[in-house]
Ligand binder design. Structure first.
Ligand SMILES: O=c1ccn([C@H]2C[C@H](O)[C@@H](COP(=O)(O)OP(=O)(O)OP(=O)(O)O)O2)c(=O)[nH]1
Length: 126
């Protein structure tokens, strides 16, 4: 069976390779712009291979592409690895997933309804 990717690949639209030294951020152009219908967003997510092999990931992960954004999608890569990473023209650097956005109607209340968990978090359940 052929593996089915969940996201659409995003490529670096670069003319020349760029060096991303350890600890640095670079906003990589992708050459793509999209128009989503209202009620949707696109999420830009890191590639697991790049992250685990080189420490190269997205500083703002997941990046949010608003439905009304018409500019070029850019990918803010950060190198959390120890060595300089070279991004090559046309390299797959991230993946894009489209998701529906739930528009909540917020209400201000003085008390929240009971739940078993209550305020317990951050490892509360062991
Ligand atoms: O990884 C990303 C994240 C965002 N964007 C673009 C599309 C998005 O719609 C816009 C704004 O992003 P966001 O809302 O995350 O940034 P902000 O800092 O809140 O800026 P703004 O005040 O423009 O909303 O920037 C990208 O190209 N790549």
């Amino acid at each position: 069976m052929t593996p089915q990717a969940a996201g659409m690949d995003i490529f670096a639209a670069l003319e020349h390779p760029i060096n991303l030294p350890s600890g640095e951020i670079f906003l990589v152009p992708t050459g793509i712009a999209i128009a989503l219908p209202p009620g949707f967003e696109a999420q830009i997510r890191p590639r697991s291979g790049l992250a685990t092999q080189y420490g190269v990931t997205l500083i703002n992960s997941p990046g949010t592409i608003d439905a009304d954004y018409r500019g070029e999608i850019k990918v803010p890569l950060i190198n959390l690895g120890k060595k300089t990473y070279t991004v090559h023209p046309g390299e797959r650097i991230a993946q894009l997933v489209i998701a529906p956005v739930v528009k909540a109607e917020w209400k201000i209340v003085s008390e929240l309804p009971f739940s078993e968990r209550g305020r317990g978090g951050f490892g509360h359940t062991g």
